[in-house]
Design a binder for this molecule. Structure first.
Ligand SMILES: [Zn+2]
Length: 154
């Protein structure tokens, strides 16, 4: 899943930005990385949100990256001043994703499974709240019917 590698990132970002991004990654400037996987009929989409520390100051930049299973195009946004297509913070984030892909995707899978189970639990709880009401309504209706019947028999 997610056919993406360092060489591809280098092609997208260009040699200079790639080298700077690699340095950011090696200096452990990527503080957090949060990955979401979205299922589409024609494949999966990865959405990455990360926080990367600036190389020059204590500032932190927020990065958003989005790409498909076959990463033919990588959408990349960062709130740093760099105006090019892909900045070094995005490169650092992507290298971290590639290096830790197995662990990250396993975490995403576990998170999704937990959410799935919680949804089922919540649905069951909702239904158990509705059921007694239906039961009460039915018994009430039956009572009226039996009264009505006994009324006509007199
Ligand atoms: Zn940036």
């Amino acid at each position: 899943m997610f056919d993406i590698n360092r060489k591809l990132i280098e092609e997208f970002s260009g040699d200079t930005v790639y080298k700077r991004g690699l340095k950011c990654y090696e200096n452990k400037q990527v503080k957090s990385i949060d990955v979401d996987v979205i299922d589409r009929l024609n494949g999966k989409i990865a959405e990455i949100n990360s926080v990367v520390k600036s190389s020059e100051s204590n500032k932190e930049y927020r990065v958003f990256i989005r790409f498909r299973d076959k990463a033919t195009f990588i959408q990349s946004d960062c709130d740093c001043p760099y105006w090019g297509y892909m900045c070094k913070h995005a490169v650092a984030t992507l290298i971290k994703f590639i290096d830790e892909k197995e662990v990250i995707l396993k975490d995403v899978e576990e998170k999704r499974n937990r959410e799935f189970i919680n949804n089922i639990k919540n649905n069951l709880l909702d239904k158990s709240n509705i059921l007694p009401k239906i039961y009460l309504n039915t018994s009430y209706k039956l009572q009226i019917d039996s009264e009505h019947e006994s009324g006509t028999s007199i």
